[in-house]
Write a protein that binds this ligand. Sequence first.
Ligand code: PLP
Length: 322
Amino acid sequence: MDTGPNRLIIDGFSCFFVKFSLSKFVWFDGKFVPSSKAQVPVTTHAIHYGTSIFEGIRAYWDSKNLFVFRLDDHIKRFRNSGKYYSISLNFSNKQVANAIINLCKKNKMKRSCYIRPFYFVGQYGINLHVTEKAPTNLAIFMFPFGDLFDKKGITAGISSWRKFSGSSTPTQAKMGGNYLNSIIATQESKRNGYDEAILLDKKGNLSEAPGENIFLVKNEELITPPLSSSALKGITRDTVFELAKDSGYEVSIREISRSELYVADEVFLSGTAAEITPIIRVDRQKVGTGKMGKITKELMSDYTDVVMNRNEKYSHWLSAVY
Ligand SMILES: Cc1ncc(COP(=O)(O)O)c(C=O)c1O
C-alpha cells in the first residue's frame, strides 16, 4: 500500500478500492459549494440513463506553480462529447476553463491533482427523447492524485468482452453510459488477477484499455490502433505522437491483430490518469524482456518534462493556476 503524500491510497495489491480525498469545494453551476452540499435529486435523468459527459484532466505542481495540462483540448472534447446526443453544455469554453482554474485556487491546491468536470441531464422525467432543451447541470470536483498504476509496469489480460463499436453508440463520446463496457472488462480482468484489461474491437483487432489507449513498439516503431478500431482520440495519445516525432520514432496508426501483441518489443498505455504506463505481461506472457522497455522509458521521461514545464516547446499546453 502506498500512502506517500502525493500518491493514491490503494487498498490491497489488486486496487479494488481506490480512495481519494475530495477537495473542500466543488464548482456547481457557477458557484463554489462545500463538497458535502453538492447534491442532486434522485430523479436526475443521468442517474437513470447515463446521460452524463465527463473529462479527466490532470494538473501538475512543480513546487512553485500548478499547471493544468492541455486544458483547452479537454474542454473542446468535453463539448463535442455532448453533441453526439444533443446534450447542451450551457457554459462557454472560457467559463469552463475559468471555473477549473478558479476551483484550483479556491481549494488552495498546491499538489498534483486530478480534475473531473462533468455535465449531465438533470430534471427531465423518464423521457428518452433528449433534445438540446433538456436541462443540464455542470459540476467540477478535484482531488490530489499521484500514480494510477505501478509505473514500473503492470500486467494486462485480453478481455472476453469486446469494445462497443460505433455501430451501437458513438465511440468518441466520453459519456457515463459508455463506461459500463469499461467497467465489465475491468471486473473480469481483476477477477483473473490482472492489473488492467485490453479490449478487442468487434473485428477482433486491438482497440484500447478501459480508460487508456494502447501502443505497441516493434523494431523501434510505435503502433497504435485507429479510431475505427473504437479507440478514443486520447489527448495523451496525441502527446505521445508529438514526443515520438521529436525523438525520431515512426508512429503508425493501423489495425493491430491480437497476435502482434504477444511479439511486440514493448507495450504501453497512455491516458490522463495512467499517463504512460508500461505493460510488462499480457495474458501472463512476458512482453519483450518482461521489464519496462527502452522507448517506453524515454517517452515517460519526456512526458514528465512536458507536464512539469521543463520543455519550452510545449509550454503552450500548460495553463498556470497561480
Ligand atoms: C476509454 C478511454 N480511452 C482512452 C483514454 C485516454 O484519453 P486521454 O489521453 O485523453 O485521457 C481515456 C481517458 O480519457 C478513456 O476513457
